[in-house]
Design a protein around this ligand. Structure first.
Ligand code: MG
Length: 208
């Protein structure tokens, strides 16, 4: 199982971090040791003083595929979850300044929160429908801090699957994080994070 993540996929978020709009999807990978599930608490790592939440829709691959044409991409997933791509922003900034890989800032233990998965038909999409106008959000201590809608993705989910599969064989059970909207911010001890897809609560857990 691998965890593939897409960066810089929402224009407003690119602006808030002063990054350039990429001309093709930005891809990075987290190891399986990054997974955090079942509303388990997130323990802040000692090497960072600025860990940010990035709420993202997560797709689970349900079919083996390589070089997947865009028109077939929808056949490769049927469930969706909500996740957090926890990011040690201070460390990431240092690594970016030196043009080094992001792994330590993005792939550390428990940096990939993934909720339960829900079938897409729960949100009104048949297996033939591409995902459109799907809302998701994150609350920190009962205040909404991030709101996203799939219509604002630079590369939609089918485009992501097709592009990623040109480089990495997708296997059953792989996860793809699809990028975060604006509103990323620091988490602190005793914060509580609750995530929603539309009105369905997907996760709720504490920061320690
Ligand atoms: Mg992210």
């Amino acid at each position: 199982m691998k965890i593939i993540c897409i960066g810089r996929n929402y224009a407003e978020h690119i602006r808030e971090l002063n990054n350039e709009v990429p001309d093709e999807p930005v891809i990075f990978i987290k190891p399986d040791s990054a997974l955090l599930r079942n509303n388990a608490p997130f323990f802040l790592p000692e090497f960072s003083n600025d860990v940010h939440h990035e709420v993202e829709l997560v797709i689970k691959i349900n079919k083996l595929g390589k070089h997947i044409p865009l028109s077939f991409a929808r056949d490769y997933y049927s469930e969706i979850a909500l996740g957090i791509d926890f990011t040690a922003r201070d460390l990431q900034t240092k690594l970016k300044e030196k043009s080094l890989p992001w792994e330590k800032a993005k792939g550390f233990d428990h940096s990939a929160v993934i909720s339960k998965f829900m079938p897409l038909d729960h949100f009104g999409f048949s297996q033939k429908d591409s995902i459109k106008s799907l809302n998701f959000s994150l609350q920190k201590n009962n205040v909404t801090v991030q709101q996203g809608n799939t219509d604002f993705m630079i590369n939609n989910i089918d485009e992501i699957i097709s592009h990623v599969s040109q480089y990495f064989t997708l296997k059953i059970g792989d996860y793809i994080f699809t990028g975060t909207p604006a509103g990323v911010g620091k988490v602190s001890p005793n914060d509580h994070l609750t995530g929603f897809i539309e009105d369905t609560e997907m996760f709720s857990f504490g920061v320690k």
